[in-house]
Ligand binder design. Structure first.
Ligand code: SIN
Length: 271
């Protein structure tokens, strides 16, 4: 697909592109915004380099895609910024006991309407590398299943239990296992190791075995890319069709930045 106002350099066959020819610290033109939407839909996760954005520019980019989402449930790994409830700080250093997102997951899949996407901006990254984020395409994961497995999963639902990660007051919701993306119409696998607890329509042992297979399948390198952060980089992922996982290999160094999330427009729909 051709772009006129931005550049889009694919980073792997199944997922991800680096977007260039854009300055996110300045107001964007209508055509640039249209092309960002196009690239987001095409690549599922888009990256930007050398963008020293403040909270206003961060929120302005997110608002081009929808209303801002406010994180549901407690979390110790990300904290709201004072006076900016939609902006959460992710700061990890020698005092951290854990970091956000170390298990493959979809953000807040435990919510009735999970966020559409997340925009993570890091201003500080470890000096010797490390702290990458991995992303995986759930379109590619679905497409690679056998027809028999696709048939088995069709019409099944899974419980997404936020208490697995966020503690006792987090939401619990049921979503279809095979969902249809609201924009692309493509089928995708909608389960994740972080928050899915069980498949509802089968015995627990069967659920554990099938989910175990699916988690392993979704983590296949063919569906992934690994993003190497530099200071002032941004990752913007479509939370409806991707998984991501943060790598904590940089202790005791500092990795720090801010995340804004965009509200979803509807609960995941069965394909
Ligand atoms: C997250 O799961 O939202 C954190 C991702 C990261 O820090 O790379």
């Amino acid at each position: 697909m051709a772009y006129e106002t931005i550049s889009a350099t694919p980073l792997s066959p199944n997922i991800g592109a680096e977007i260039g020819n854009i300055d996110l610290t300045k107001p964007l033109g209508n055509r640039q915004i249209e092309e960002l939407h196009q690239a987001f839909a095409q690549y599922q996760v888009i990256f930007f380099r050398d963008q020293k954005i403040d909270h206003e520019a961060h929120k302005a980019l997110a608002r081009q895609f929808g209303e801002l989402h406010i994180h549901v449930g407690p979390s110790t790994e990300s904290v709201p910024v004072a006076g900016e409830p939609e902006v959460r700080a992710l700061h990890f250093d020698a005092n951290s006991e854990r970091v956000a997102g170390e298990v493959w997951h979809t953000d807040q899949s435990c919510a009735a309407i999970p966020p559409l996407g997340s925009i993570l901006y890091l201003h500080t990254v470890p000096p010797d590398g490390g702290g990458d984020t991995m992303f995986a395409s759930m379109y590619a994961a679905y497409d690679a299943l056998s027809d028999r497995m696709k048939g088995y999963l069709d019409k099944l639902t899974a419980t997404h239990d936020g208490r697995k990660v966020f503690g006792p007051n987090a939401p619990v919701n049921i979503h279809p296992i095979v969902a249809k993306h609201p924009i692309s119409g493509r089928k995708l696998l909608y389960i994740n190791r972080g928050q899915t607890s069980h498949i509802n329509e089968v015995p627990r042992d069967e659920s554990d075995a099938v989910l175990g297979f699916l988690y392993q399948h979704c983590a296949h390198p063919d569906f992934q890319l690994r993003f190497r952060w530099k200071p002032d980089s941004i990752a913007f992922w479509d939370n409806r069709c991707t998984h991501h996982r943060a790598i904590w290999d940089y202790y005791p160094n500092v990795r720090s930045g801010f995340r804004v999330q965009i509200k979803g427009s509807a609960a995941p729909v069965a394909a």
